[in-house]
Design a protein around this ligand. Structure first.
Ligand code: FAD
Length: 564
């Protein structure tokens, strides 16, 4: 077609320029082409690649992905040939003139600059690793992980310097993925983390098993201490100086202390920046300028659980936002529903996943009308060999039972449970929906009462009053009697200090020994036998409560410093 309004007519073609050609930008470009064959779509990226797998980068360092080309999901040639999308790599966008509707671009290799006209502009510049302005952060051997060249340099450094040790600054998900891959490469790894826990989005007691796994794998954890400086040592290696004065030797240092939305272009162009530091967008990913959209790590979006704006550097939301922006540019009226922070990370054989709000997030936001339950079910039926525990925490609002969030840690089947809960949250579900969820079951995959069902049922019991909950942090504060209903040999192996032992198997003979004028708080290994005892005592007129999650949760709370 070559009519005056046809697809090849340069004078009438709408120019859509996209800044950033990876998750958000590339998905926006490809989607837009599927909706609009007539638009001229041009993508700019200041790096040498587009559409590369940032999420795979740590595994390239660890030699899990051995061929760098595997990280390239699509090339400029593929964009051109398959989608008629023009891609300019090594081309930085340096300014936006919103009145003239032009951008200034600079060829990174030649330094040449030019202007490009747009009808619609999409900002997908992502987020940059935070490099604190501290002495030594730019020394050779100090790396952040964002691009393929970054990981190429890390690999080369390990080989050329025969690196044997590393300090990873920051115990978030990129930090932990780097830990795993450096361990895989045979390096002795130390984590320096300002907080007392790894995986900051998790509640501390849920991060405790992860820290135990790291230490059991030989990773040294230096917690509750910040980075002060990095120095060169006489032997050519590095010394990481911590705020406490501690000094950690390393042959290389990875900085993984978080990312910051790349908002320079947007801010300089006068686009609105939100309180969370991202580019303000509406439900169609449009900025305050009707000709400019923003997607991905740089955009501020709504957290649908917390009901507030947030920035969430994850690939799934970036891809979906790119799609929404494309729909909007194509004249449709899409609606980005917001985010709920569903995430998963694997480290040293352990899977850590979460969705929705954490307890600390809810507390920080001033919420009080919520409750939590803990459980530690096997990932499949116990009678089938190989069942592994999943440590789960479910947060829900009271009294309506709306699901607010879930966290889970284990070795098998973790992410599947969190994905189910994530979908329930998305649909506005309650704990009753989880209790009733009809999920796959065969013995090697799950249980007739799946961990997701169990979480819902336990929460249901708490809401209905069948199993009132006791607060672990109030043990010893109020005159209650803590009764551990495990067998004596289990009790002897470790128990809550305040507890007396009355095994469930003897409860029907001995219950009259329990005082009637005190609340009875029941505990066991994981909360199940304590639940049976709670029901028994409640039916005999006692004010009985369950310490959710039993001794397993108690130990995690102690390890996290939440209990003495
Ligand atoms: P990016 O994918 O970062 O793309 C932005 C691009 O814009 C970059 O290529 C940049 O060079 C370019 N750019 C910036 N400014 C300009 C400019 N002025 N001119 C031209 N180009 C510019 N998320 C998950 O959900 N799961 C994971 O397992 C996961 N693992 C990760 C591991 C690592 C090591 C990293 C770094 C990230 C990981 N992420 C993960 C996060 C995920 O990669 C990001 O959320 C996602 O890529 C964001 O997409 P984006 O399009 O906003 O930005």
């Amino acid at each position: 077609m070559t009519t005056s309004r046809g697809v090849n007519d340069e004078t009438t073609r709408r120019r859509v320029l996209i800044v950033g050609g990876v998750a958000g930008g590339a998905s926006c470009a490809a989607r837009l082409r599927r909706l609009d064959e007539t638009a001229e779509i041009v993508v700019f990226d200041r790096g040498p690649y587009v559409s590369f797998a940032n999420c795979g980068l740590p595994y390239y360092v660890g030699d899990v992905i051995v061929d760098e080309r595997e990280l390239l999901v699509a090339s400029p040639e593929l964009f051109r040939e398959r989608f008629a999308i023009e891609v300019h790599t090594d081309t930085e966008v340096t300014a936006i003139d919103r009145d003239a509707r032009t951008i200034a671009v600079r060829d990174v290799r030649s330094g040449a600059t030019r202007r490009e006209r747009y009808d619609a502009l999409v900002l997908a510049p992502g987020a940059a690793p935070i490099r604190p302005p501290l002495p030594g952060v730019d020394l050779p051997g100090v790396f952040a992980v964002r691009t393929i060249p970054d990981t190429r340099r890390i690999r080369a450094w390990i080989t050329e310097h025969e690196a044997r040790s590393a300090v990873v600054v920051g115990g978030g998900f990129i930090g932990l993925e780097m830990v795993e891959n450096l361990v895989r490469r045979g390096l002795a790894v130390t984590v320096l983390e300002k907080l007392p826990q790894v995986m900051p989005p998790l509640d501390p007691e849920m991060a405790a098993p992860v820290m135990q796994r790291l230490e059991a794998s030989g990773v040294r954890l230096h917690m509750g201490d910040g980075l002060a400086a990095i120095e060169s040592a006489a032997n050519g290696s590095l010394v990481v100086a911590a705020e406490s004065g501690a000094r950690l030797d390393a042959d290389l240092v990875i900085l993984a202390i978080g990312v910051r939305p790349e908002i320079g272009l947007a801010r300089d162009a006068g686009l609105a920046i939100g309180l969370r530091g991202g580019i303000v967008t509406d439900a169609q990913m449009r900025t305050c300028d009707p000709h400019v959209w923003a997607v991905g790590d740089a955009a501020e979006v709504r957290d649908v659980v917390m009901g507030q704006e947030t920035v969430l550097p994850l690939a799934g939301p970036a891809n979906r936002q790119g799609r929404v922006a494309a729909d909007s540019i194509a004249g449709r009226t899409p609606r980005f529903r917001g985010v709920q922070a569903t995430a998963v990370v694997g480290v040293l054989g352990m899977t850590i996943a979460s969705t929705g709000a954490s307890e600390k997030g809810l507390t920080r936001a001033g919420a009080s009308n919520f409750a939590k339950v803990y459980l530690h079910p096997g990932h499949h039926a116990g009678y089938y060999p190989g069942a592994q525990p999943i440590h789960m925490k479910l947060l829900f609002s009271v009294p309506d039972g709306r699901i607010l969030g879930a966290e889970a840690v284990g070795t098998e089947g973790v992410e599947k449970r969190i994905d189910v809960v994530a979908m329930a949250i998305q649909l506005g579900g309650t704990v009753h929906d989880l209790a009733e969820a009809e999920l796959c079951y065969a013995p090697q995959f799950g249980a007739a009462k799946d961990p997701v069902n169990l979480a819902g049922m336990i929460a249901q019991n708490a809401l209905s009053g069948d199993m009132p909950l006791a607060d672990w942090t109030r043990v010893g504060a109020g005159g209650e009697l803590v009764v551990d209903v495990r067998e004596p040999h289990e009790f002897a192996a470790g128990h809550v200090p305040a507890a007396i032992n009355m095994p469930l198997s003897r409860l029907r003979e001995r219950w009259a020994e329990l005082p009637r004028d005190r609340e009875i708080w029941l505990t066991c290994g994981v909360g199940q036998r304590a639940y049976y005892a709670t029901r028994f005592l409640a039916q005999h007129g006692y004010r009985a409560r369950n310490l959710s999650g039993g001794f397993a949760t108690y130990r995690a709370l102690v390890a996290a410093g939440a209990l003495p």
